[in-house]
Design a binder for this molecule. Structure first.
Ligand code: C2E
Ligand code: CA
Ligand code: CA
Length: 536
């Protein structure tokens, strides 16, 4: 999962992600439209087959109605001259049944066109017995030679003593361009005979299983049988055949799918980009997971001991990358989350630092707050965990001055905070808006000189200004912290000056996680006080 997310959020994979999205959209659209087209084709096929089936329904109806008329109208003595005349009258009806006959004991005795046969035609065993409401016995595909129709074939249909020759009805006469059909006649026991159309279609349709989307070897097939189950029609069309007829439409559909996929994938990408943007990732996770604290040791120069730390926020991205505050602090401010954020850091730091305070000692803990949160009642509530363990911690709040800071209001809040036991430092003094005016106007406990002073190369203007800044703060009677101490030489100078109370910087230590800070404080921090002896 992490690999997928890392891939998604890496800017260098943008084009790959876009291409994959396009392909997914294209395939989805293509299979969606293919499914829709195939479903519509199936519906059209079924309608075509039903239309073709009407021809065969008509044949069956004609057979039954002709037999009914024969039963009614052939009243003369079978095979007499009157009978023959009655037969010819029935045969004249426009129903396609012309060769009617009298049938007795399995044999045709006389016919409308041939009269009394010199030798009765023995039909033998019938192929299909009456079943399912179709009350007629059938002999299929019989040679009509003996009836004077040499070279022709037809079926004999008999009910009682009356029967007729049913000519074969070819399916081609009604077929459509894009379908092949096979008509079969079925007996109720499951045997079937090819009647018309393309041989083999019906057999394939009933034996081969349906593939995906109802396709079988690139072809669509369907079968319909009449209610009596006598005639069944199998129909088939192949993709090749359809493309031959509608190739231009298919090409156009591909182009449309391609264009719509480009549009859709760009929308999806925008959604994805928004969902996985740094800002969304941070906002989704910051409350529950991801935010941790780093502790940068504060070196007490007089005691030469690490007596405290500054708490610095860190965030672990979804792929585990460690993110520094410059990227997420602006998001916290923009979304008005400054108070819950500080509360989270305070609670975490309190839980992690409490076990590290050496026995009988206090630890100074410096926090950065957002300038907009400089409101004593809010801050006293947020820092309640530390104020509640005031015997273990010296709580210090670092305030960066911004243009928006109203000195008079700030002074009121600072006084209330100091009354509650909170120390206040001006952070980044000498950079941005902070000024002598601020220093004079706010009754803060200390001042942290901006790290650009200590980090400046020796002999640079900034380095020379460091001494002046220290003197200036010293004159104001505030404690001095110098941060950004990166070299032994600079630390030595600060110690030698005798004016600086605390130093902070990479030379002393980089910001550390809880475990590393615990080891550091055990090594460089104050020794725990000896346990007081119990006097008996
Ligand atoms: P800051 O308050 O000035 O914190 C000191 C920054 O200087 C830290 O950067 C620290 O890693 C860096 N630093 C310390 N010693 C040295 C050094 O010797 N050399 C150099 N080059 N850098 C050093 P970080 O942790 O990236 O924090 C940046 C800023 O983000 C902080 O500046 C602070 O303004 C803000 N910040 C950090 N955590 C919090 C937080 O929990 N709440 C608020 N409101 N702001 C925070
Ligand atoms: Ca700070
Ligand atoms: Ca600072």
């Amino acid at each position: 999962m992490n690999t997928v997310i890392s891939f998604l959020i890496a800017a260098r994979h943008q084009n790959k992600v876009k291409s994959v999205l396009w392909i997914v959209c294209f395939l989805a659209l293509l299979s969606g439209s293919a499914w829709f087209i195939l479903r519509e084709l199936h519906v059209s096929m079924d309608a075509e087959v039903a239309r073709v089936m009407q021809t065969y329904t008509r044949v069956r109806t004609n057979v039954i109605s002709t037999l009914d008329i024969m039963d009614q109208q052939l009243t003369a003595d079978p095979c007499s001259a009157d009978y023959a005349a009655q037969q010819r009258r029935v045969a004249f009806l426009p129903d396609g049944m012309n060769e009617l006959f009298f049938f007795e004991s399995g044999k045709i005795i006389c016919t409308a066109n041939n009269g009394l046969l010199p030798k009765p035609i023995d039909l033998g065993e019938p192929d299909i017995l009456p079943a399912n409401g179709f009350t007629v016995t059938l002999w299929l595909n019989r040679n009509l030679e003996d009836l004077g129709l040499g070279g022709l074939k037809g079926a004999f249909a008999v009910r009682g003593n009356h029967g007729m020759v049913v000519p074969t009805t070819p399916v081609e006469a009604t077929a459509s361009k894009w379908l092949q059909f096979e008509v079969v006649i079925r007996a109720h026991d499951g045997r079937w005979w090819h009647a018309s159309g393309e041989p083999g279609l019906y057999a394939a349709s009933i034996t081969e299983p349906d593939g995906p989307m109802g396709l079988r070897e690139g072809a669509l097939t369907t079968i319909q049988c009449d209610p009596a189950g006598l005639h069944c029609i199998a129909a088939r069309t192949t993709i090749g055949q359809l493309l031959g007829l509608g190739g231009a439409v298919a090409a156009l559909s591909l182009i449309v799918c391609g264009i719509v996929s480009a549009w859709l994938s760009s929308k999806f990408y925008a959604l994805l980009a928004r969902h996985w943007s740094f800002e969304s990732r941070f906002l989704r996770r910051f409350q529950s997971r991801g935010v941790t604290c780093a502790y940068q040791p504060l070196l007490d120069l007089e005691k030469d001991l690490v007596t405290g730390c500054e708490v610095l926020a860190r965030w672990h991205d979804v792929d585990g990358t460690l993110i520094y505050p410059d990227r997420f602090i602006p998001i916290v401010e923009e979304h008005g989350l400054t108070q819950p954020f500080t509360r989270l850091i305070v609670e975490r730091a309190h839980a992690e630092l409490l076990p590290l305070v050496p026995l009988g000692k206090r630890m100074q803990v410096n926090f950065n707050i957002f300038p907009r949160d400089l409101d004593a009642s809010v801050l006293l509530d947020i820092f309640a965990p530390f104020l509640g363990s005031a015997s273990r911690f010296d709580l210090t709040i670092e305030i960066v001055e911004t243009g928006a800071l109203d000195l008079e209001t700030a002074q009121g809040e600072i006084e209330r905070l100091r009354d509650a036991g909170v120390h206040i430092y001006i952070d980044d003094f000498g950079a941005g808006y902070s000024s002598m005016h601020t220093l004079a106007g706010l009754s803060v406990d200390g001042v942290k000189l901006d790290r650009s002073f200590a980090m400046a190369p020796d002999e640079s203007v900034m380095a020379r200004m460091l001494d002046h800044a220290i003197d200036m703060v010293q004159d104001s009677g505030r404690k001095i912290v110098v941060e950004g101490v990166e070299t032994a030489a600079r630390l030595g100078e600060l110690k030698a000056s005798g004016k600086v109370h605390f130093a902070q910087g990479y030379y002393i230590s980089r910001p550390l996680d809880r475990e590393a800070f615990a080891r550091f404080i055990a090594e460089r921090g104050p020794r725990p006080s000896a346990r007081p002896r119990l006097v008996a």
